[in-house]
Design a protein around this ligand. Structure first.
Ligand SMILES: Cc1cc2nc3c(=O)[nH]c(=O)nc-3n(C[C@H](O)[C@H](O)[C@H](O)COP(=O)(O)OP(=O)(O)OC[C@H]3O[C@@H](n4cnc5c(N)ncnc54)[C@H](O)[C@@H]3O)c2cc1C
Length: 466
């Protein structure tokens, strides 16, 4: 059987590996437009050690992902974070991130009282007695609109957008509740189905109450994990284990099908029996134009958010706060960065290198116009990162000795999971059910996080294997 996979990011490489496991004799060809594999996983060889300039962590609570890495022989290389707290910068001050709640949305005013005005505190307190939310069971709503209506703008702009922005490169106003915080949507569904009053505070409390309480004395498992040698360990292992023939610099511009199979424009002359598209949504929409026009049209509505990262290695960590990082409130004036990760504080294996490693990130959905921060000159991005870092934390990066810098832009880095997204994905899946031998996967399909991308790619491979 001959398989073609378009895209050698995490989804494409995982699919290739899954196919190889099931079909050792398969011919597997992967076509990748770039000159390297990994896509948004990208480990850069700093002289101080391998350093991730795309994704840097994964949700270690996803046991399926941890088991997958262990099966790949990478279990020993999974490292845990230090557990240092993160901060939020708002009102020109760094403050602790709120505890409890869900994605910064509290069930009562206490967790956010240090971040918002007295008026907002009173509003959160009174939310339970306001008119109920007009919630449609199974539907979705915009996160920003919902939280603004119930708790006011400060909770959205100072807390929720900062937290969601760290995952999606979007503010809360560009994201859907079910699409990004499904447990909250399910709690709203449950309140409505049980005939109870649907309020935000009641739904958040329900989520909080449903969280399993750790057994007394039980060891707390870290929420996140990473690879000692960076994500390159994962994508290189997947590529090698898949035994696939990976074609780099192979930009696929179209796909046709005839009785012999799928034909890849920009690929080889072979006809393939099975095809997996593991490309970002807009590319997948183009490649599906002839094969599945309805799916192609639906996918065109998925927009992408761009961002830029500046990785900085300093000779000294003197004065860098003992925190994992700081998120910047979306309404904070005079700050260009969106977040800082104090990587060498967050990850003990990076602290072992000495000095300090810091990642500055820029850009939220819509910030990629001609004069946007994401398109700024590299020197400007580095200057802004250093200036903001000093203004926010007092750490003077120039004085600390900046020994290595890497600037990475991610144009279209993440799909926008807005309130229409899940409907779009359902339409695409329905339309593709009629096209045998073809599957689609990737960050737009079942979630952007590494475990979600792996699970979706494995499922796509299983379906294509039949
Ligand atoms: C800055 C950033 C930080 C992140 N941090 C985290 C994190 O810490 N933890 C986490 O869990 N997730 C994180 N993510 C999300 C996660 O990295 C991604 O969701 C995941 O890596 C996407 O994998 P993918 O294979 O779906 O897509 P991609 O990585 O985009 O791979 C798609 C591949 O297709 C190729 N391609 C595109 N068009 C064509 C074409 N026409 N022909 C051939 N090839 C083509 C591309 O070059 C690319 O290599 C982050 C994402 C970004 C952008």
């Amino acid at each position: 059987m001959k398989y073609a996979i378009i895209g050698a990011g995490l989804a494409g490489l995982t699919s290739a590996h899954e196919i190889r496991r099931a079909d050792p004799e398969a011919t597997i060809h992967v076509f990748e437009a770039d000159d390297r594999i990994g896509g948004k996983l990208f480990t850069v060889p700093f002289s101080s050690g391998p350093t991730d300039m795309g994704a840097e962590a994964f949700l270690a609570r996803r046991q399926d992902a941890v088991d997958f890495f262990t099966d790949l022989g990478l279990g020993e290389d999974i490292v845990a974070p230090s557990g240092m707290n993160s901060l939020v910068y708002t009102g020109a001050q760094v403050r602790p991130l709120p505890r409890g709640g869900v994605m910064g949305i509290p069930s009562s005013p206490e967790p956010v009282a240090h971040l918002v005005s007295g008026e907002t505190v009173a509003r959160i307190d009174a939310e339970g007695s306001a008119e109920p939310i007009d919630w449609r069971v199974g539907g979705d709503a915009n996160v920003g609109t919902l939280v603004r209506e119930r708790y006011g703008d400060e909770v959205v702009d100072r807390v929720v957008s900062a937290l969601l922005g760290g995952v999606y490169s979007c503010t809360a106003d560009d994201l859907g509740v079910r699409a990004t915080i499904p447990q909250l949507a399910e709690a709203l569904d449950a309140l409505a189905e049980e005939g109870r009053k649907v309020t935000l505070s009641a739904a958040v409390r329900r989520v909080e109450d449903s969280r399993p309480q750790p057994e007394p004395g039980a060891e707390r498992r870290p929420v996140f994990g990473a690879f000692r040698g960076g994500y390159a360990q994962l994508y290189e292992t997947l590529a090698e284990r898949s035994g696939a023939d990976i074609h780099l610099d192979a930009f696929v511009s179209g796909i046709t099908r005839n009785l012999k199979g799928f034909h890849i424009q920009g690929g080889t002359d072979l006809a393939y029996d099975r095809l997996i598209l593991a490309t970002p949504a807009p590319t997948t929409a183009v490649l599906l134009r002839e094969l599945a026009p309805e799916a192609s049209t639906a996918l065109r509505s998925v927009k992408l958010a761009s961002s830029a990262l500046v990785g900085m290695k300093f000779d000294s960590a003197e004065g860098l706060p003992d925190n994992s990082g700081v998120l910047i409130a979306a309404d904070e004036p005079d700050v260009r960065t969106k977040a800082f990760t104090f990587s060498s504080k967050k990850w003990p294996h990076l602290a072992e290198r000495g000095g300090a490693l810091v990642r500055a990130s820029f850009g939220r959905f819509g910030d990629d116009g001609l004069n946007s921060v994401v398109r700024a000159e590299e020197d400007d991005l580095v200057d802004w990162a250093l200036d903001d870092l000093q203004a926010i934390t007092g750490f003077d990066g120039r004085a600390a000795g900046l020994s290595e810098i890497y600037v990475q832009r991610w144009f279209g880095g993440l799909p926008r999971y807005d309130e229409t997204h899940l409907g779009t994905v359902a339409t695409v899946r329905r339309a593709l059910a009629d096209v045998p031998g073809l599957e689609v996967t990737g960050a737009w399909a079942s979630g952007v996080g590494v475990p979600a991308v792996i699970a979706d790619a494995r499922a796509a491979a299983q379906r294509v294997l039949g």
